[in-house]
Write a protein that binds this ligand. Structure first.
Ligand code: PLP
Length: 478
């Protein structure tokens, strides 16, 4: 029996046990594998974790409480969690060349909020504590806290605007970062849709933020972090890079030199589940100066560490050290380029005119569609994507004008550049065959559309053919 068949049998047995307790959960878990196998996953923030990573998450490490840090826990009996956290942090430091790594954040948002709090604590709180005659935050009275809150509120943060590709946690109101800080955003050039570092520098000089955030969720280009650091240094700002999306390309040495954030930023945050292909979670890397403040993340900002997930982070980081992972990361970028070129050849407009990372952002206005219509038509055709704003989006954040595509997941399945050309053909075919329906007022609908049966079926057949050639967890039958 092959190793994979044995693993498959083990999962089957475990799911049979789950079925006896709550059949709906066993069914949904099985169905999710069927669904993930059956469509082309082009969501730029998703991936397929390896079986060792998945298996590491499903253990009794989950049962242990371990608030605090390695060797300094608020619970007894944490020796194994100490090992897990130390190994994960060691891999993170070595892989990324960081002085310090904190592997506890439960998600990317948690990593960002912890990082912001730590930066505030490092730069604002310490002198303030002395003013209050306090040695630690625990010595502060309620009145002191109120004063501190006001002071924190007067701090400024600058990140990339949402429609240029920034993330909600980079200072926008629906996230606490937009409440902790006064915020202003930098955008991209109206013509080229690329970052213009001279313009960013000018905006930073005017606004003088405490924190300059670089990083993105939907910008299809590389960023020069050495330049961003120069810009931050000019006003004494802290450079924080959120590499949630492209951590795999940094780990896999596709982004090096000025494009590697770690040597240039004071603090780097990330998720571990996107291009890095680990478990769902977050992580913070920083210079040693910030270590003591970030270490207070739990319990100040975070709940008890998820020991099973930290263990899976260690496994994923160990995988990311390999030559195989470097090849994977290079293929992610090559596949994105091939996808972009295939779409451009077929007349699809792309934000910035292309890509040099893992993201391709289509602008679907030339098809008379909103992002929402394009996303839905592609989904029916076996292609999973997500709608996304484009710079100066005329349709707002709900309907949008863009559709974001990303190659980390399909590359994990083994898709090559010629497969990506076939995917581009499918996408362009569906978009060309989708037309908005007309509202009762005679205007084109922003949500409803007609897609020809023939185009849908052609795309579904092509998806089946391509997916059949690149099976997900082959031999796995649960
Ligand atoms: N930062 C960036 C740049 C992201 O794209 C995302 C997720 O989409 C996050 C942070 C948040 O990550 P999580 O969903 O793990 O909280």
């Amino acid at each position: 029996m092959s190793q994979l068949n044995a693993v498959s049998d083990a999962y089957k047995t475990l799911l049979d046990m789950v079925e006896k307790v709550e059949p709906r959960i066993a069914a949904a878990t099985r169905q999710e594998l069927t669904d993930q196998r059956a469509s082309l996953k082009l969501i730029a923030s998703e991936n397929y974790a390896s079986l060792p990573v998945l298996a590491t998450m499903g253990t009794w490490l989950s049962d242990k409480y371990a608030e605090g840090t390695v060797g300094h826990r608020f619970y007894a009996g944490c020796q194994n969690v100490d090992t897990v956290e130390s190994v994960a942090a060691e891999h993170a430091r070595e892989l990324f060349g960081a002085e310090y790594a904190y592997v506890q954040p439960h998600s990317g948002i948690d990593a960002n909020v912890t990082a912001y709090w730590s930066i505030l604590a490092h730069h604002v709180e310490s002198p303030a504590l002395e003013e209050f005659g306090a040695r630690t935050v625990n010595d502060l009275s309620e009145a002191d806290w109120e004063t501190l809150r006001k002071r924190f509120g007067e701090q400024r943060l600058m990140g990339m605007s949402l429609d240029a590709g920034g993330h909600l946690t980079h200072g926008f109101r629906p996230n606490i970062s937009g409440k902790m800080f006064h915020q202003r955003a930098y955008g991209t050039d109206p013509e080229t849709q690329l970052l213009d570092y001279d313009v960013v520098a000018q905006q930073v000089r005017e606004f003088k933020p405490l924190v300059l955030v670089a990083g993105y969720s939907a910008y299809p280009r590389r960023v020069n972090f050495a330049k961003m650091r120069e810009i931050a240094d000019e006003v004494g700002a802290v450079l924080m890079v959120d590499m949630a999306h492209f951590a795999g390309l940094v780990a896999g040495k596709v982004f090096t030199g000025d494009e590697d954030p770690v040597p240039h930023a004071h603090v780097v945050t990330t998720t571990t589940h996107k291009s890095l292909r680990g478990p769902r979670g977050g992580m913070i890397l920083a210079t040693k100066d910030y270590a003591a403040d970030i270490d207070r993340g739990c319990p100040l900002v975070l709940g008890g560490p998820l020991s099973h997930v930290m263990a899976a982070k260690a496994v994923a980081l160990a995988e990311a050290r390999t030559e195989e992972f470097r090849t994977y990361a290079a293929n992610v970028a090559a596949n994105a380029k091939a996808l972009a070129e295939g779409l451009l050849r077929r007349g699809v407009r792309l934000v910035t005119g292309g890509t040099d990372n893992h993201i391709v952002l289509m602008d679907v206005r030339d098809f008379g569609l909103t992002g929402r219509q394009a996303e839905a038509a592609l989904l029916e055709s076996g292609i999973v994507t997500n709608r996304n704003s484009v710079p100066n989006d005329p349709n707002g954040a709900w309907y949008t004008t863009g559709v974001r595509l990303g190659t980390p997941a399909l590359t994990s399945r083994g898709f090559t550049t010629s497969d990506m050309d076939a995917v581009a053909e499918m996408i362009a075919g569906v978009l060309k065959s989708t037309k908005p329906t007309t509202t009762s007022k005679g205007e084109p609908s922003k949500a409803k559309y007609d897609l020809s049966d023939e185009a849908r079926q052609h795309s579904l057949d092509e998806a089946e053919r391509l997916l059949g050639q690149r099976p997900l967890y082959p031999g796995f039958d649960i």
